[in-house]
Design a protein around this ligand. Sequence first.
Ligand code: PMP
Length: 424
Amino acid sequence: ERLDETERALIARREKVLGPAYRLFYEKPLHLVRGEGVFLYDAAGEKYLDAYNNVASLGHCHPRVVEAITRQTAVLNTHTRYLHEGIIDYAETLTATFPEALSQAMFTCTGSEANDLAVRIARHVTGGTGIIATELAYHGLTSAVAEFSPSLGESVTLGPHVRTVPAPDSYRHSPDEMMEKFGRDVAAAIADLKRHGIKPAMLITDTIFSSDGIFAGPKGFLKPAVDAIHAAGGLFVADEVQPGFGRTGEAKWGFERHDVAPDMVTIGKPMGNGYPMAGIVLRPEVIADFGPRARYFNTFGGNPIAAAAGKAVLDTIRIEGLQQNALDVGQYLMDGLRSLSHASIGDVRGSGLFIGVEIVADPAAKSPDAALTTRIVNGLRERRILISASGPNANVLKIRPPLVFSRENADTLVDALGDVLKGL
Ligand code: PMP
């Protein structure tokens, strides 16, 4: 498929005015104009099945969220230094979805800001500076957070106080090894920080290891690592920006699948179904001293419109049973993907509607095939289905549809993937 005149012109205008930092997906970029439910529509009116967008988690333009935002926009939008019920109602509803110890919330506009605030708090509470993250983690774009986001590659320098550990790889390690390896690696990183005179402040992990390649199980493998950081006087921060809000089906929050107790949980992406909002849910003890001293203020974070959007999202997840749907359809979809039993599919893993499919050149050697993975992603795009790829070798299909994905949508995806693989 070639680019038409309009697309070529848009790309040229875009490059001229947005500069070189902006990237486009796909060899033939998509020009989207509208979204509804699990579908996106391009300028020519073509319909695409969205199996990738984890922001519009309730489906694109969900009427309950659109209505909540529209209504509140017409009434009042201010910051958090005036009394307003919206933020209180929302924070109460939100914290009620967490274990009792995590009973306070602070609001930001992006996941990056949430993680940036988490670092400040962790350093204040512990008096340490050391941070441990996984080898291919992404936690955000601020200078402080980029220092422990190694997936940014050579474009940023990791902080001297940062240590990285390999994400536990369930395709290449046995369940028994998985249960002890991550804890051992984190303990070694703690020892190395100490040897360099650096006191640990926190261990931070995405609880489904999205950018590391999607590793959902075995459940519980996080526990020894969390115990190790706590024993060393550091905090555990669960980054739930990707797995949170019911996506894993098995739990509202990814860390619950591992039965661990975070000190702080950072959240974002699907929190407003597209309205930009994020935040931290934490144990009150960790901000008891930081809070009054920090002069922390976020102009837009937690505004009445954000609160209305966030409340509509939580209500919709409950009313429409979306966590259960993620579990049911996620399992059905994983079964379907496994049933393709194609030599290039080395592994199908995940939880709920967060699925990784590892593409290999040789299943016995488990050798990654990035080129084939790119062909599959583009082949699905030609069949009007959107996914992407991740992992250290860019060979893991990342399947992360809106939580309203149906069994019929899952069949469409599996059939199309089968078709692409057959045509190779
Ligand atoms: N944490 C994780 C795990 C993420 O995936 C992202 C975004 N990709 C962020 C944090 C940062 O969120 P934001 O882009 O909203 O700043």
